[in-house]
Design a protein around this ligand. Structure first.
Ligand code: SF4
Length: 320
C-alpha cells in the first residue's frame, strides 16, 4: 500500500485544493461550519460568500451560541435547508468551550451524522478515520471495481485504503481526486495517481452512482399585502423552514397573478405566483417588513426573489 499512498499524497501535494479556507485552519468550529455548509451547497458559493459572511458575524462557537435563532437564520439566508442552521446553533449552545473530539461523542450532537462526525475527526483532528462523500464513494467504487456497494462495504474498502499516518491529507486527496480527476463522466484516468492499481480503469463508468431522479414541476401561490411601503410576512411553523419569514401562502387559485417567476429548489422546478390580498389569517404571526432591507430578516432565496420583484420599480405591484 506504501506506493499507492505515496502516489495519492504526492498528487495531493502538487494538485490538491490547498487554498480552500477551511483547509487552512485548525479551528474545529470553522471546519465543522464548512462541512455543514458544503453538505448541500457548491464549494464556490460557500467559499466566496456564505462561509466568510457567516464567520464575520459569528467568528467563534461562543459568538454563535450567544446569537438568537432569528439572527442565525438571517445569516444562513440563501443556503436553504434551514435545519442545518438550527442544528448548528443548538450544537454551539451545547458545546460550551468547544465540540467534543471523539466520533461517538460528536454523533450525539444535533445534526451531526456519520459523515460530519468522521469529517470533523479526520479534517479537524487528523484522526485515522475514513470519510466517504459522493466523490470519494465514486473513487472507491471504481478503484475496487464495486458495481453494487452498500455503505458498509464502501467503508470497509475505504478503511483498507486509509493512510493512517496522514489520514487528514489522505481523505482530502481522495475527495479532490473524485472532484477533479475521477469525474462522473469521462474520468481523466491518465492523470490519476491511482491509475497503476485501479481495478476499474478499463470501464470506469460501469462503477457510478445511481442516476438522480428527474425534476418535478410544482406551482406555489403567495399573497402580497402592503401597508406604507411595508409588506406582510408570516412566520413559518413547518419543520423545514421553521422560524423563517415568508409571504402568506395561499391555496391554489384561478385568479390572475400580479407577478410570477420561476425558481428551482433541490429536485423541484417551481412556478411561483403572487396575488394581491387584503386580509391575513388570524392564526399567523405577521411581521410588517421593509422588503428592501432583506438582510434584516430570515428569508429563503425564494422569498427574496419575490420581494425583489415586488419592490422593483418595474414590478407589477404598486407600493402603497
Ligand atoms: S484510474 Fe480512472 S477510474 Fe480509477 S480512480 Fe483514477 S480516474 Fe477513477
Amino acid at each position: 500500500m506504501q506506493t499507492t499512498w505515496q502516489a495519492i499524497l504526492g498528487w495531493y501535494d502538487r494538485h490538491g485544493r490547498h487554498d480552500l479556507p477551511w483547509r487552512n485552519t485548525d479551528d474545529i468550529y470553522h471546519i465543522y461550519l464548512s462541512e455543514i455548509m458544503l453538505q448541500q451547497t457548491q464549494v464556490s458559493r460557500v467559499r466566496e460568500h456564505f462561509y466568510p459572511l457567516f464567520l464575520e458575524h459569528f467568528p467563534t462557537i461562543g459568538a454563535l451560541a450567544q446569537a438568537t435563532e432569528e439572527e442565525v437564520l438571517s445569516r444562513w439566508s440563501g443556503l436553504g435547508y434551514y435545519n442545518r442552521a438550527r442544528n448548528l446553533h443548538a450544537c454551539a449552545r451545547l458545546a460550551g468551550d468547544g465540540l467534543p473530539t471523539g466520533y461517538k461523542e460528536l454523533l450525539g450532537l444535533p445534526g451531526i451524522g456519520d459523515y460530519t462526525a468522521r469529517a470533523i475527526c479526520a479534517f479537524g483532528h487528523n484522526q485515522p478515520i475514513s470519510v466517504i462523500d459522493t466523490n470519494i464513494a465514486r473513487v472507491l467504487k471504481r478503484y475496487f471495481a464495486l458495481p453494487e456497494s452498500t455503505p458498509k462495504a464502501l467503508l470497509e474498502h475505504a478503511d483498507k485504503l486509509l493512510n493512517t499516518s496522514r489520514p487528514r491529507d489522505h481523505n482530502l486527496a481522495l475527495m479532490d481526486i473524485g472532484s477533479m480527476v475521477c469525474l462522473p463522466k469521462n474520468p481523466l484516468c491518465s492523470l490519476c495517481p491511482l491509475s497503476q492499481s485501479c481495478m476499474g480503469i478499463d470501464a470506469p463508468e460501469t462503477y457510478t452512482e445511481n442516476k438522480k431522479s428527474g425534476y418535478e414541476s410544482r406551482e406555489l401561490y403567495y399573497g402580497v399585502m402592503m401597508s406604507k411601503g411595508r409588506i406582510a410576512l408570516v412566520r413559518t411553523t413547518g419543520s423545514m423552514y421553521k422560524g423563517m419569514l415568508t409571504l402568506p401562502p395561499l391555496e391554489q387559485t384561478d385568479r390572475e397573478p400580479i407577478a410570477s417567476f420561476r425558481h428551482s429548489y433541490t429536485k423541484y422546478h417551481l412556478t411561483v405566483n403572487l396575488y394581491e390580498i387584503d386580509t391575513l389569517s388570524g392564526d399567523d404571526e405577521v411581521i410588517w417588513a421593509d422588503g428592501r432591507e432583506m438582510d434584516d430578516y430570515p428569508l429563503s432565496t425564494l422569498t427574496k426573489k419575490a420581494l425583489r420583484l415586488i419592490y422593483t420599480p418595474k414590478g407589477n405591484h404598486e407600493l402603497q
